[in-house]
Write a protein that binds this ligand. Structure first.
Ligand code: TTP
Ligand code: MG
Length: 374
């Protein structure tokens, strides 16, 4: 397969950075964005151990002078759209995976620039000039290496892996959770086999990993630890539904546990819906009970929607109709009957993102030229 060059960008402390940008007196202070649960924390707040998904009450105990800003989802989604429009002008080969991150296949594009480093810096500058926000950038030879690269110098930095040797050297000494897709539950299972660091995977054959963790997870682990990832930047595929599900090692018993897990699965799924600029018509909840009985319950909306509030209310309504007299082994949320919102493709290509001149200047320049010719 031909070598690719993939860029992954991820905005820094996204919601918090938008709030700081709009109220500079918050700069340098420990802030979080959240109503009762924290959506994100500024890097100053993270120094106190404050994290996403933590209750605000708990965070206040860790940091007494924490500033709590209420969530303004509409504002963040507007900024997200602006960022996507900017990135989409570079090339059509873009896959947005959440409101603040995406992959760009820059294999051809980057050849027009002096180096990958130069491209990464220009990309960051372009986003900053147009939005006043910083992002972290990773460039790799596949999606996996690009994604991990963008995390390497967070916030505001960039990192580049030119090939799989560089990448494997970097990840070998890191905790296994550095591999996206290795969540808490999988990590526990891996711990039982003494796989704590990425390099520990190298002690096992593919056959052994498959026999311990199943075909799909075994292969995934084996390939990731070797720096292999064949996924393409998916910019053309027609998406029929987006969904996420979680299997629980210890079945869920209480209503509170079920609600909390559902909230987190909902968040992930909604981020993907918004990230891919989709509207949906159907919300589905899937529940598997301890005795393996599986049910799915769907609700069709009157109008297409991507609003967090509407979709969450719908999911909660569906959830209320489920009989939870048995313990729960799996929960899943999916959005179906999808329609793509269009991302405007302007003809300025990368000029607006990369040039010092903004769109207005470019228009003025054009008008001047026309006047001169007349
Ligand atoms: P992330 O990219 O995971 O986090 P971040 O941008 O705040 O911080 P960084 O990338 O620098 O580590 O998520 C993007 C936004 O999604 C985040 O600003 C808020 C929202 N979010 C939630 O609402 N709930 C969550 O549990 C998480 C993880 C994120
Ligand atoms: Mg981010």
């Amino acid at each position: 397969m031909k070598e690719k060059t993939i860029l992954h960008y991820d905005m820094d402390a996204f919601y918090a950075s938008v709030e700081i940008r709009d109220n500079p007196s918050l700069k340098g202070k420990p802030i979080v964005v959240g109503n009762s649960i924290i959506t994100t924390a500024s890097y100053e707040a993270r120094k106190f151990g404050v994290r996403s998904a933590m209750p605000v009450m708990e965070a206040r105990k860790l940091c007494h002078h924490l500033l709590v800003i209420p969530v303004s989802m509409g504002k963040y989604m507007e900024v997200s759209r602006k960022i996507k429009n900017l990135v989409a002008r570079l090339t059509e080969k873009v896959e947005f995976i959440a409101s603040d991150e995406g992959y760009v296949d820059i294999t051809e594009l980057v050849k027009r620039y002096p180096s990958k480093e130069y491209f990464a810096r220009r990309f960051q500058k372009g986003i900053y000039k147009n939005t006043g926000l910083t992002c972290s950038v990773g460039i790799g030879y596949n999606k996996l290496s690009a994604k991990i690269a963008s995390d390497a110098k967070k916030p505001g930095g960039y990192y580049i892996f030119n090939n799989s040797q560089e990448f494997v050297e970097y990840i070998s000494g890191k905790n296994i959770k550095i591999i996206p897709g290795v969540g808490k539950k999988f990590q526990e299972l891996l711990g039982e086999r003494n796989i704590l660091m990425v390099r520990d995977v190298h002690n096992y054959s593919l056959y052994e990993l498959i026999s311990y963790f199943g075909k799909s997870r075994g292969e995934f682990l084996y390939c990731s630890a070797m720096g292999e990832d064949n996924r393409q930047v998916d910019y053309k595929r027609k998406i029929h539904s987006v969904g996420n599900e979680n299997t629980f090692r210890y079945p869920l018993e209480s209503e509170v546990e079920i609600k909390r897990e559902l909230e987190s699965i909902f968040h992930k799924t909604h981020e993907r819906l918004v990230g891919k600029d989709l509207l949906c018509k159907t919300v589905t909840l899937k529940v598997r009970f301890e005795n393996r009985k599986t049910i799915t319950r769907s609700k069709t909306l009157e109008n297409l929607a991507d609003s967090r509030e509407i979709l969450k209310n719908t999911l909660e309504n569906i959830n209320e109709s489920v009989d939870y007299s048995m313990r729960v082994k799996l929960l899943g949320v999916s959005f179906g009957n999808l329609v793509q919102k269009s991302i405007r493709q302007l003809s300025f290509s990368e000029r607006e993102l990369f040039n010092k001149k903004n769109r207005v200047d470019l228009l003025k320049e054009k008008i001047k030229k026309i006047e001169k010719n007349n």
